[in-house]
Design a protein. Sequence first.
Length: 625
Amino acid sequence: MDHELAEISAFLQAIPPFDTLPESLTLQLVKEINICYVRAKQPLPPNGIKEARLYILRKGALVYTDHNGQLVGKYTEGEICSVFCRPAQRNEVQVNTEEDTLLYSLDYQTLLSLVTDYPQIDAFFMQTAAERLKGKMGKVNEDAIINSSLINNPISQFYHKPVLTINRQQSIQQAALKMTEKNISCLVVVDDKEKGVSTPVGIVTDKDIRRRCVAEGLSFTQPVSKIMTADMATLPEQSSAYDALMLMTSKRIHHLPITGFSDAGEYGELVAMVTITDLMNNEGHNAVNITSIIRKAATINDLIRISKLLPKLQIRMAKLGTSADHIGKSISAITMAFTIRIIEMSEKINGKAPVPYAWVACGSQARQEQLAHSDQDNALIISDEVQPEHEAWFENLASFVCDGLAACGFILCPGDIMASNPKWRQPQQVWHQYFEQWVSTPSPQALLNGSVFFDFATVHGDESLLNEVRSKLLAKTKGNSLFLAHLSRNALMLRPPLGFFRDFVLISDGEHKASLDIKHNGIAPIVDLARIYALAEGIASVNTIERLKKAAGSPSISKESAANLIDAYEFLGILRLEHQANLLQAGKAPNNYLSPKKLSKLEREHLKDAFKVIKALQDSRQSTY
């Protein structure tokens, strides 16, 4: 091979998708390449060329405009102009050289004839940015299944049958005898109906017998329904083990009945039982195990020792190929467990709350998108029954919990958005007033507050307090065009770092020079868009992916666009997790500043695809408002 062919071959092998081809096939392609030189301000394709061809830039630049003459972008060295290979686009776009340009030209049909065993080559050029990203995420999801851990498995792999039950009319003594005989700690209480179908109506544990019967002096002959937990949590058998983890963590329960379809086609029939032990026995150092250890911690120092496992868990899950969504849910569940345990410690010191309250998580924890040792964002919603003399109790609670979380590595919020700040520790009626003001008068500060508090979830306490606040909020925001316009304008201030030269706009100086902020310029814009869609459509969910799925097909966003945003969100999340895992393994503090140079060529292309998807949805939002 002469020197010129070798140089072209090396150049081609460094460019996606040709970097996936064997060297021998690349050499065949090189022999089919024509080298052409086009002067500045000249159109492509050059005169006389009618067939579909690829144009690979060796030197120079191309300007790409749409049928209205609007600038779409620019191509620079190492990029491939493939628009003339798509018949539908050939007459819809115009490409001109911006300066004297050296091109490698390749007949597209010749290319296809040589790469028949590599269908990904044709797919790469025929697909849009969104389609390429979807293909990438499909492969990621397949890998996640192959590398499956607890969070990727259905609950059916963990539950056990049959479930031991007792009729609601049987006595407490009969329940105790049956539990002793079978060496178990709980029974599902059922209401036997016709055709032998048993519908679960409650659950009784050995703890219930001690606390609600023996301690209260209740007769053993009373029906077991007197001491059962009637508002029993259940889970459909189609759910994942992850769903079980989240539910058991939030409800502080160890036994979870699984239900299936009844003959009438409705959920309700008891089919199995899953316990924390079932999940723990499957894996060692996982979220369930850590959550269980947290529940048994006796002191803040115990919790501090446990918190040191969080970075290790994040590294482990990232290396297993676990999705960003599942990792965020795992870390958020563990943070919830830390918070609940510290609240319990505070109540043991200061006594029970004088009136009902809800400890509320905001931001990433509420969205179940938190990573190890993130900043705190929390608040207290207190019953309107609260009296001035009760303030000291709630102040002590807030200080104890926020300080305890900080000791465990959850940094105090730099913006002081914490329950320890009296402003965010208020009766329910004040929270109604806050949201009324933020929606009716969307000042910059109101929108900043809203970006945090529109994403909230109850961690501990009376869930109805937050639910009522959320219901009134959604009633105010749904279809509120003025508020949504202000929220949209505020959200569009964060833009993907993609320049006209189809390359990344990087930080120009300082500690993170030549990197991009993948959180604020990639992930946050998607979170903001999903929040806007949810508020516009009255959707109560706060998790970003759930919001996009529920808003899909609504006036706010099409099903296709929602799916594209989910793909972009997951891909950016994976890059962020891998970046942080590498930093944690090196003993460094995790951050969100990613250097594109550390990515492969193909990863950089997928990153550009993700940014294009975000930009397209932002542009659509901007034109709407």
